[in-house]
Design a protein around this ligand. Structure first.
Ligand code: PEP
Ligand code: MN
Length: 346
C-alpha cells in the first residue's frame, strides 16, 4: 500500500496515522518522490480495510498495491516515466540509442567511436572505465583516466555519457563524469548500494541480474525509487539459461511484461544478451518490435583488438546498417529513433 500525505500534514496528524499503522502491526517507509510525501507500507493482512486510513486527517490518498514492488508498479503511476538527459528525452516516444565500446581503451579508440556516433546522429556514448571482469588478471579498465577520456570524447562530439559504477566507493567519482549511471548485472542485488543510488539526482540504468526474475529486478528498482530517485531505466541484458549456444539469453518477453507491470522505461542490451556480433542486429530489431524503449550496443573501431568483449562488438559499418534497419521497425510500432531527430542538442 502507498499513502500519499497532505503536503501540510501536521506532526499531530502524522502521529495519529503512525499509531494507527503500528496498532495494525504495519511498518512504513517515509519518503519524498516527485514532490509528493509518501509512506510505503508492505502488504497489509487480508481483511485489513484501507478506508480506515483514508479517513484520517493528513492523508490525501491510500492506494492498495498487492505486488511487493510499489513505486515501480503501474498501479502507483499509470503514465510512462519520462525525463530529459541534456535535452534528450528518455522514456518518451523516441527510442534511445546508446553505443560505444565495452571499455574505454585509449584516446584514439574513444575519439574514433565518438566521431562515428556523431556521424550517425547518435546522442549517447557508452564505455566502461571500471570493468567488472570474471578474471582478476583481465583488463580492469583505465579507471579515472578512462572516465576523463570518455567525457572529453563525449564533449568534443556533443554526446551524453553512460558508464558503469561498480562500487559505492566509486560513486562520487563516476558521478562527475556520467550523465547516466549504469549499474551492472552483478550489482542488481547489492541492496545497500541501490538505496544509496536513490539519494542522487542522475538517472540510473539498472541492468537485470543475470539470474533475476522480473519481480526481483523490479524490487531492485524499488530500492532506488524508495530512496527518492525517480529516474530509473531498466535494462534487459540476457539471463543465464541451460542453453550455451549464446553467452546469455536475451529475454525478449521481458519487454511486454515490464510494460504491463511498470511505468519505468526499459532498454535492451543485445550485445551482452547474445555475446556474438552477428546476433546483435536481429535481437536489437526484435527488442524494439517487442516494446523496448532503447538500445545499448557495444561497438568498436577495431573489434579484433578490443581489450574486452570484442566478439560481441559491432564494426562501425554494422552500427550504421543497424540504425537504418531499426528506423522502419520503430515506425511500425508508432515510434522513431532519437537519432532521427535533427541535431545533437535536441
Ligand atoms: C557492460 O555493459 O559492459 C557490462 C559489463 O554489462 P553487464 O553488467 O550487463 O554484464
Ligand atoms: Mn561488455
Amino acid at each position: 500500500m502507498i499513502i500519499i500525505l497532505n503536503q501540510d500534514i501536521t506532526p499531530y496528524e502524522f502521529d495519529q496515522l503512525a499509531d494507527k499503522l503500528q496498532s495494525n502491526r504495519l511498518g512504513f517507509h517515509r519518503s519524498n518522490l516527485g514532490g509528493k510525501q509518501i509512506l510505503t507500507i508492505p502488504n497489509a493482512p487480508s481483511g485489513f480495510d484501507i478506508r480506515q486510513l483514508q479517513m484520517l486527517d493528513g492523508v490525501q490518498e491510500a492506494i492498495e498495491i498487492n505486488e511487493p514492488y510499489k513505486l515501480a508498479s503501474k498501479r502507483w503511476k499509470k503514465e510512462q516515466t519520462a525525463f530529459e538527459v541534456q535535452g534528450v528525452e528518455i522514456g518518451g516516444n523516441a527510442v534511445n540509442i546508446v553505443a560505444g565500446p565495452c571499455a574505454v581503451e585509449d584516446e584514439e579508440q574513444i575519439f574514433a567511436v565518438a566521431e562515428c556516433l556523431y556521424k550517425n546522429n547518435i546522442k549517447f556514448i557508452r564505455g566502461g572505465a571500471y570493468k567488472p571482469r570474471t578474471s582478476p588478471y583481465a583488463f580492469q579498465g583505465l579507471k579515472t583516466e578512462g572516465l576523463k577520456l570518455l567525457r572529453n570524447a563525449a564533449d568534443a562530439f556533443k554526446l551524453r555519457v553512460v558508464t558503469e559504477v561498480m562500487d559505492l566507493s566509486l560513486l562520487d567519482e563516476v558521478y562527475q563524469y556520467a550523465d547516466i549511471i549504469q549499474i551492472g548485472t552483478r550489482n542488481m542485488s547489492n541492496f545497500y548500494f541501490l538505496s544509496e543510488l536513490g539519494k542522487i539526482d542522475k538517472p540510473i540504468l539498472l541492468k537485470r541480474g543475470m539470474a533475476a526474475k522480473i519481480p526481483e529486478w523490479l524490487m531492485a528498482a524499488e530500492y532506488i525509487l524508495s530512496g527518492g530517485n525517480e529516474k530509473v531505466i531498466l535494462c534487459e541484458r540476457g539471463i543465464c539459461t541451460f542453453d550455451d549456444s549464446v553467452r546469455n539469453t536475451l529475454d525478449v518477453a521481458a519487454f511486454p511484461i515490464i510494460k504491463e507491470l511498470s511505468h519505468l522505461p526499459v532498454w535492451s542490451d543485445p550485445s551482452h544478451g547474445t555475446g556474438i556480433r552477428n546476433r546483435v542486429a536481429p535481437l536489437a530489431l526484435a527488442s524494439i518490435a517487442a516494446g523496448a524503449d532503447g538500445l545499448i550496443l557495444e561497438m568498436h573501431p577495431n573489434p579484433e583488438v578490443a581489450l574486452s568483449d570484442g566478439p560481441q562488438s559491432l564494426y562501425p559499418h554494422q552500427l550504421e546498417e543497424l540504425v537504418s534497419q531499426l528506423k522502419p521497425i520503430a515506425k511500425v510500432v508508432g515510434r522513431h529513433l532519437d537519432c532521427e531527430l535533427i541535431g545533437h542538442l535536441v
